[in-house]
Write a new protein. Structure first.
Length: 210
């Protein structure tokens, strides 16, 4: 029987960057050698350094994010405080001419409604929007300027409240009767004959006595 020699090839060591014979004895001898041990030690040290650098980078990123959040929160609180101060300043500076003769309205007559975000005047019932600068009154039902709102509020307070009277719609016959009454004829049925023919004249004798 003829025997053939088969080449087993070489094995590449990734750590040492060399080729070794691809057989158990050669591989074992290489792994027990000092060169391979040094390569393994260098590789482990490099992995530890990479992990330490990655952990440091993550900590720095977390610290930077925390600083950004702190600055953003501080800036937000500052903006809110400035907005409240400006809002209170606008409310205290509200001066209106109710009758055009210099009657000033003090800031104490305005109350802030936190649910709507508007100021309410306890005297005339007007609402004030500090963001837009417009006023609202129920007499107009829309946002207008200060002068328009105060004029409508004064007119509404001076006039007596009017209660609407709800009338039932007229039927066709009632409409016809109403039309006739406008032309001069009385509404309803017109009776031309007397109700009792025997008593056509007041004071006539009764038919029972005849």
């Amino acid at each position: 029987m003829t025997e053939y020699w088969v080449s087993q090839g070489n094995k590449w060591c990734e750590l040492c960057k060399i080729f070794i014979s691809n057989n158990p004895n050669s591989i074992r001898n290489h792994e027990l050698g000092q060169r391979h041990k040094d390569s393994v030690s260098k590789r482990l040290a490099s992995m530890r350094q990479e992990k330490a650098a990655k952990d440091k980078e993550q900590k720095e990123a977390a610290r930077a994010l925390e600083q950004i959040e702190t600055k953003a929160k501080r800036s937000y609180q500052k903006d809110v405080s400035a907005f409240r101060e400006a809002r209170d300043s606008n409310a205290n500076a509200l001066v209106a001419q109710e009758d055009g003769q210099g009657t000033a309205i003090s800031g104490e007559e305005w109350e802030y409604d936190s649910s709507s975000g508007y100021y309410c005047n306890k005297t005339n019932g007007c609402y004030y929007d500090p963001n837009s600068g417009f006023f609202y009154t129920d007499a107009l039902g829309r946002w207008v300027t200060r002068d328009e709102a105060y004029a409508a509020s004064r007119a509404s307070s001076n006039s007596a409240p009017k209660v609407p009277i709800v009338k039932k719609p007229l039927s066709a016959s009632e409409n016809e009767g109403a039309a006739k009454s406008q032309n001069g004829a009385p509404p309803g049925r017109v009776i031309s004959a007397p109700l009792n023919s025997m008593r056509s004249v007041k004071g006539a004798p009764s038919s029972l006595t005849a």
